[in-house]
Design a binder for this molecule. Structure first.
Ligand code: PSV
Ligand code: MN
Length: 391
């Protein structure tokens, strides 16, 4: 079993990436509600990401989405982030908000539209080089709405070819993370619908291409921790979009609906990090933990602080699983005891441990309450007048 001192050190070193679009006004197709203090542009989104890092000590990078976060001078944006103690993290291209992509982007049967989509992603790779980003985080909205609408195999072949072209342009040390989602906006078929399809496409490239798991992108009841373990076993789990869901791709904050699921996913990750086989532990220690949530009616910055805390809570519990006892119970075929040992860790109150971690990091013991009790919320509301940023 990991001692609490080891656990505190590991928790202090575990970093989480927040996302620029988590700080702005988002909503459903019915209504976008604005909340006071919302950033008006990418510069203010970075200010909020930096504030979250100052309060938590564990969120040193912020993900960008292009073109939502496009600026004329990305070097200046990089400096703006670095001046405040954070860096720009993964870059997400946007292949879903251009009329040309109505029938698909990288899968489109029109070579001109495929080339346009590839060019956009390559432009994002150029941004990666300027800002010093290591990961291209790619999600495709491509799919069809009706049976008969298109040829599945031909679309997959186009996609594989487009990905190979993109992959060749990655900067040294850069990786491609391919996210899957089983529906929405397409309702009949999605070209990268599940982890297996994403893995097959990644295996058609070299080891720098890995699968990204967005927690909300699974049918209800899916055993996500099993998917995570499968990908870890292949060394192809590259990252997460962390959030939670009750029904569809709800993008609620992390752990809100099923904290046990978050914990069980973390348990697989910790087990892989500690695996004696370096082919498993190596890639497991190089995973991007990105938040991908949308605050629809709630305050955005507190929602982000809450998610960071929920992720740390789940990892803290996972680190407390008594592994030797679990191994023994499993070896004895003791089903009830095996479950009991894992559940004991889940039921442990890790708030004192997290307070210790935060003391090590020199940040408030409770970042959310500290923020809410500070002058920052009112300052942000007073200074940020005008139109808040959205999608
Ligand atoms: C798609 O639903 C997704 O999860 C992708 O990660 C996008 O980049 C993000 O949401 C945009 O909101
Ligand atoms: Mn996502």
């Amino acid at each position: 079993m990991t001692t609490t001192v080891d656990a505190a050190a590991r928790l202090a070193a575990r970093t989480i990436e927040t996302q620029s679009w988590g700080y702005v006004s988002t909503g459903t197709r019915f209504k976008v509600h604005h909340t006071p203090g919302t950033p008006r542009d990418i510069w203010e989104k970075i200010d909020d990401a930096a504030l979250v890092h100052r309060l938590t000590g564990v969120t040193p990078t912020v993900a960008l989405h292009i073109p939502w976060d496009r600026v004329d001078d990305f070097r200046a944006l990089r400096d703006h982030a670095e001046d405040q103690g954070i860096r720009i993290g993964s870059i997400s291209p946007n292949l879903f908000q251009d009329d040309d992509y109505r029938l698909g982007s990288l899968t489109n049967s029109d070579p001109g539209i495929r080339a346009k989509a590839v060019d956009h992603v390559v432009a994002c790779i150029e941004i990666m080089k300027t800002v010093g980003s290591r990961q291209l985080s790619l999600w495709l909205a491509d799919g069809t709405n009706y049976p008969g609408q298109a040829d599945f195999r031909r679309r997959t072949a186009h996609l594989q070819e487009s990905l190979a072209e993109i992959h060749r342009q990655l900067p040294p040390g850069g990786g491609l993370l391919l996210e899957y989602k089983f529906f929405e906006p397409a309702f009949y078929h999605t070209d990268v619908a599940d982890w297996g399809q994403s893995l097959l496409l990644c295996e058609g490239l070299d080891e720098r291409a890995k699968v990204l798991v967005d927690i909300g992108h699974h049918p209800l009841g899916t055993n996500i921790e099993h998917i995570v373990a499968t990908l870890l076993g292949r060394g192809r789990l590259g990252g997460f979009d962390l959030n939670s869901k009750k029904y569809g791709d709800d993008d609620l904050f992390v752990g809100a609906i099923n904290p046990q699921e978050t914990f069980l996913i973390c348990a697989e990750l910790v087990a892989a990090e500690d695996d004696p086989d370096p082919a498993v532990s190596g890639p497991a220690r190089d995973i991007l933990y990105k938040i991908d949530q949308c605050a629809m009616i709630e305050q955005k910055l507190p929602a982000m602080l809450h998610s960071v805390d929920a992720i740390q809570t789940a990892f803290a519990k996972a680190l407390l699983i008594d592994r030797p006892a679990l191994e023994e119970a499993r070896a004895n075929g003791d089903v009830v005891l095996s479950h009991r040992i894992v559940n004991d860790a889940f039921l442990t109150d890790v708030r004192p441990l997290l307070a210790e971690v935060r003391e090590r990091l020199g940040v408030p013991a409770d970042p959310l309450l500290s923020y809410l009790g500070s002058a920052a919320p009112r300052q942000r509301e007073a200074t940020r007048v005008g139109v808040p940023a959205g999608w």
